[in-house]
Design a protein. Structure first.
Length: 320
């Protein structure tokens, strides 16, 4: 998170230890100091007065931060947080807490966030998770995820650093689901939210990752059938479970998806009654760590995937 400290705070600071604690976070790479060049004289006076042995190092940090602000501002979706003298203690306390990303399933969605952060080159998100500056919280389903997010909101008094990512559960591209309603309610409480455009996180897993799912021979045949779907059909297919079957073992396409899949051959639909299981995101993360999955691989799934996942990752970065 980008943080701006006005010169007046340095000039009249009544809690130098609190301010030092925050600046030490900048030095560690946690948060970005939106240093104002006009405040450098006040920064210098502050450190020479209160922490003379540290003055040289932190004045240099302020100067470097001022120079880097042009790049940081261009790559940020929002402006910096302005610290205020009257509530400085509370603001620094909020900035010292881990940021919270609420998801439906900590394990699967945690793998997904790590994987796309690596693939799309957001190392600061990986560092934040590893350093416990960002905590991915298990919601345990949509309703509980909403309740979890509301609970986390209460832990912040001045600077809210809570976001939520939800599957859309869409069966078609234009469907508005319960997940969208949850996101709107949380937005009104100041929680940043992202509802996936596609059905679930697993719909963003590239085909070559699926080839590592056991049993290999059966999954290879399933991948062949999956490749016969259009990008839109693939986007709303149940990647984990496939299509349901009736008591006679015949495929059942949900009525909402009849038009979507009406041109797909019946033998392809029959083969797609099998899914790839619940380990897709774990495999995605594994292959991303070894460099086998890139942004180009993930973006190739659909025309809007790249812009959407950049939007998701920027949202996460904004709260860290």
């Amino acid at each position: 998170m980008r943080v701006k400290i006005g010169g007046s705070i340095f000039a009249s600071c009544e809690a130098p230890d609190t301010l030092l604690a925050l600046i030490r976070q900048f030095a560690k790479g946690r948060h970005q100091w939106a240093s104002d060049p006009r405040a450098l004289a006040d920064v210098s006076t502050f450190f020479h007065t209160h922490f003379p042995s540290m003055a040289q190092a932190y004045i240099k940090l302020a100067e470097e931060s001022a120079v880097s602000q042009i790049w940081q501002a261009r790559n940020s979706a929002s402006g910096p947080v302005d610290l205020e003298p009257e509530i400085l203690d509370e603001q620094v306390e909020d900035l010292s807490r881990p940021a919270i990303l609420v998801v439906e399933d900590f394990v699967s969605d945690g793998y997904f966030i790590r994987a796309v952060a690596r693939a799309f080159n957001y190392p600061e998100i990986i560092e934040a998770i590893d350093s416990d500056w960002l905590q991915v919280r298990h919601g345990g389903g949509k309703d509980r995820a909403e309740a979890c997010a509301r609970e986390e909101v209460e832990k912040f008094s001045q600077i809210l650093r809570v976001a939520i990512m939800l599957d859309s559960d869409r069966l078609t591209a234009t469907e508005e689901t319960k997940c969208h309603a949850i996101a709107k309610r949380l937005n009104r409480r100041g929680v940043k939210s992202h509802v996936l455009e596609y059905r679930e996180t697993e719909n963003y897993v590239p085909n070559h990752v699926l080839q590592a799912i056991k049993p290999f021979r059966e999954k290879s045949k399933l991948i062949d059938s999956l490749k016969k779907l259009s990008p839109e059909q693939r986007a709303y297919f149940d990647m984990k479970k496939g299509f349901k079957v009736d008591e006679a073992g015949r495929p059942v396409v949900p009525h909402q998806q009849v038009d979507l899949y009406k041109n797909v051959p019946s033998d392809v639909i029959r083969k797609l009654t099998h899914g790839f299981g619940a380990q897709l995101n774990m495999e995605l993360d594994k292959q991303t760590q070894t460099g086998k999955v890139s942004q180009e691989h993930v973006s190739g799934i659909g025309a809007s995937v790249s812009s959407e996942l950049h939007s998701l990752l920027k949202m996460v970065r904004e709260i860290v």
